[in-house]
Design a protein around this ligand. Sequence first.
Ligand code: NAP
Length: 253
Amino acid sequence: MAQRLNFNGRKVLVTGGARGIGLELSRQLIGQRASVLAVGSNKAHLDRLAIAFPGKVHTFTADLGEPRGATAVAEWVQDQHPDCSVVINNAAIMRHDDLTVGTEGQEEMIAHEIAINLVAPLQLCTALLPMLAKAPDGGVIANISSGLAIAPKRDAAVYCATKAGLSSFTRSLRDQCRHKGLPVQVTDVIMTLVDTTLSRAGSMKKYPPAQAAADVLTGLAAGKPEVWVEKTKLLRLIFRISPAAAYGLMRGQ
Ligand SMILES: NC(=O)c1ccc[n+]([C@@H]2O[C@H](COP(=O)([O-])OP(=O)(O)OC[C@H]3O[C@@H](n4cnc5c(N)ncnc54)[C@H](OP(=O)(O)O)[C@@H]3O)[C@@H](O)[C@H]2O)c1
């Protein structure tokens, strides 16, 4: 059985840690006596978080869509916070796009979405892995993916592709760590539909961000290699029985 993880005294990097699910992750980690390294592109949100939790949060403003964004974050952590032992790749954007009609600047927007959702987490994982492997109680990487990695929806093709890529990468990275005997837990989080800015376009019933964050932290503490949040457990089951049914279910969302 996997050993239980305690966040007490740990330093945790949370990308997108000042808004949405990331904000709830930051709050609850602090509630469990961890300190948080919060990253985001909006300095005002980060400042608000730091003021709300004096001494518990360190912030770094970075646009993860920029070419050197993830590298700058990794350098900050390595230089200023080498005792960080948990990395939660949470930041992402979702664009809704009709690919059948040409949109001005479409190539740049595709590259930007891939940079934030896929390139940045991959770069942070690989840059910070040696530091995490040296953590006294072992390191943790959690990549926040989506049920849309399993079955994509129609109007967010690039987003769904980035999440499928992130889940695939997370599995390979976990296998590499196990193969080399590195003491790093690598967890794929398959997130459900949650009530945040990212999901505002949909009218379906959504899971509360605080509950989503709690489920993530419970799964990480239990040492789970995969955390399936709320309805994604049912999606996994449907996909196992009939991929076509799962695709049909998610296509129109
Ligand atoms: N909400 C859902 O229904 C749902 C479903 C499945 C998976 N997820 C996943 O859950 C995670 C959190 O999403 P959410 O719902 O909390 O979204 P959200 O409320 O829109 O928050 C997104 C977070 O990402 C950060 N971010 C966005 N662009 C960034 C950039 N260029 N550089 C740095 N940080 C950036 C934002 O910080 P700034 O504002 O400071 O840039 C914000 O903290 C994402 O990985 C998402 O794909 C969400």
